[in-house]
Ligand binder design. Structure first.
Ligand code: AMP
Length: 485
């Protein structure tokens, strides 16, 4: 494994992929049945409604089936999940059998990714392909019951879908063995590095066999990502599907010039004028709660997800949004990572994102899988420079709209009577910041109360195992078609 030195950062070696595949190399009329995969898998793909591969699938699946390492720069919503699940499922069928009472399979495939939501979506897609194998893939991430996760690991899953922190913790405690892993997927590497997972990833990869296949996905290949790539992939086939740091052309990019205290009214106006679902991004968890609460009060069906909500609350919120029970989902950046809901019509940047990369990820939630979408960004007078910077960095042009000056102003922080309120700590201060809405509808934070117009689901969630039992036999390693090593 190469080490990170000042020289290696200043003079990075050029990445030497075995070959590069771009969209023009993919056969335009390919269908899943053209791939060299088992008939069973072809049937399952058809049953799940997948007929024609997306470009990243058409480009990555054939070399991955040959056993090549893959290095793909693919933006959100491109179908990258199936591009690694199809070769993975095919390989598992070839070399192993799922665990049963008599014989347990070791863990053969590992998917590392940045967030719980993304992990759950990968798992869902896995179960769409392997409908009868409920115990075969296990989710390992923070926020879920440790006991339940380890219990599921003991049943012998062949696939682990994990965030690095919790998995590394289990490894350190020797609660899990990765010594038989044959395929590693590093999904959204750029994001995992942003979130500080590099040390955990390094320790996890050290616990894997060197002779394995690795598929690596990232929105960009800048900075540290090169180091990761050089260390973990071997003669990778480079898959590029156009520019990845740019919003999709199918998304209409609007900017509303609006005062801070009129943002809520502007959002309400958009909700009245436009059809379809809305994903609203707030900068802070507290802000997300506040916006969701006010939208609820205005009669909209609203859910909220952010880092302070429990896993079961997030799961329920996402589910209600996905099935159309809630029209609006308010989210912070980290919580929204990987949301895969195909029908999002409108993304609203209620607060500006911190970086252009976050902007691309946010609006990548709309305009997915061939659909069109709208992304509206609220800009206060002081933020004009930041919005121009977004345009320059991403080489995009917004359509500008001036918000109606007569929009209702939001009353947030009424004057504080310090004679009546004594504040000694941060919690007290935060309570004061939120007092306007807390006193409106009781003292429960958003999500713990039923809105009059917005019936919510009950908690439920996946705190315990979501999976049933598996059957099967022992894995038999038959070797890879072509490891390219
Ligand atoms: P992903 O980029 O993997 O998160 O996928 C984005 C969305 O596209 C998901 O809802 C997938 O179910 C859907 N999708 C992926 N591949 C295909 C395909 N070949 N045909 C139709 N939909 C797909």
């Amino acid at each position: 494994m190469s080490t990170l030195t000042l020289d290696s950062i200043l003079n990075p070696e050029p990445l030497q992929p075995a070959r590069t595949i771009t969209a023009s190399d993919a056969a335009p009329e390919t269908t899943f049945s053209d791939f060299e995969i088992s008939q069973v898998l072809k049937d399952r793909l058809a049953a799940a409604g997948f007929v024609k591969p997306t470009p990243v699938q058409a480009m990555a699946i054939p070399p991955a089936l040959e056993g090549d390492d893959i290095l793909a720069t693919a933006s959100t919503g491109t179908g990258k999940t199936l591009s690694f699940l199809v070769p993975m499922v095919d390989r598992l069928e070839e070399i192993s059998k799922p665990s049963n009472r008599e014989s347990k399979s070791p863990i053969l495939a590992l998917v590392l990714l940045p967030t719980r939501e993304l992990a759950m979506q990968v798992l869902e897609q896995y179960h769409r392909l392997c409908t009868n194998l409920k115990h075969d893939a296990v989710l390992i991430c923070g926020g879920l019951s440790e006991h339940s996760q380890l219990e599921q690991v003991r049943r012998g899953p062949r696939v682990i879908v994990a965030t690095p922190g919790r998995l590394e913790d289990y490894l350190r405690r020797k609660a899990i063995s990765l010594k038989d892993v044959d395929m590693l997927v590093l999904d959204e590497v750029d994001r995992m590095l942003d979130m500080g997972f590099l040390p955990a990833i390094k320790r996890i990869v050290q616990a894997l066999p060197k002779d394995r296949q690795t598929m690596c996905y990232s929105a960009t290949l800048d900075g540290n990502i090169r180091e990761i790539v050089r260390d973990y992939v071997h003669n990778p086939v480079r898959v590029e599907i156009g520019t990845t740091s740019k919003p999709s052309d199918r998304v209409e990019l609007r900017v509303y010039n609006v005062m801070q205290d009129q943002k809520l009214a502007q959002l309400n106006k958009l909700l009245g004028e436009e059809e379809g679902t809305f994903l609203v991004f707030a900068r802070t968890k507290h802000g997300a709660d506040r916006i969701a609460h006010k939208l609820d009060k205005a009669g909209h069906t609203t859910e909220v997800i952010h880092g302070d909500r429990s896993q079961s609350q997030r799961t329920t919120a996402l589910k209600n949004f996905t099935i159309g029970k809630a029209r609006i989902l308010v989210a912070t950046d980290v919580a929204a990572r990987g949301i895969d809901v195909s029908h999002i019509a409108h993304v609203v940047n209620y607060d500006l994102p911190n970086a252009s990369d976050d902007f691309v990820h946010r609006i990548g939630r709309t305009g997915r899988a061939g659909a069109s979408g709208v992304a509206s960004t609220f800009m206060t007078p002081l933020e004009k420079g930041d919005v121009r910077k977004l345009e320059r960095e991403l080489k995009i042009a917004f359509k500008y709209f001036d918000a109606d000056k007569t929009l209702e102003k939001e009353l947030r922080n009424a004057p504080i009577d310090l004679g009546k309120q004594q504040v000694n700590d941060i919690a007290g201060l935060l309570q004061m910041e939120s007092r306007s809405w807390k006193t409106e509808g009781g003292d429960q934070p958003h999500g713990h109360q039923k809105a009059p117009h917005a019936p919510r689901g009950t908690s439920g969630g996946h705190g315990r195992s979501r999976f049933g039992s598996a059957g099967g036999g022992r894995p038999q390693n038959t070797g890879r078609r072509n490891r390219g090593r």
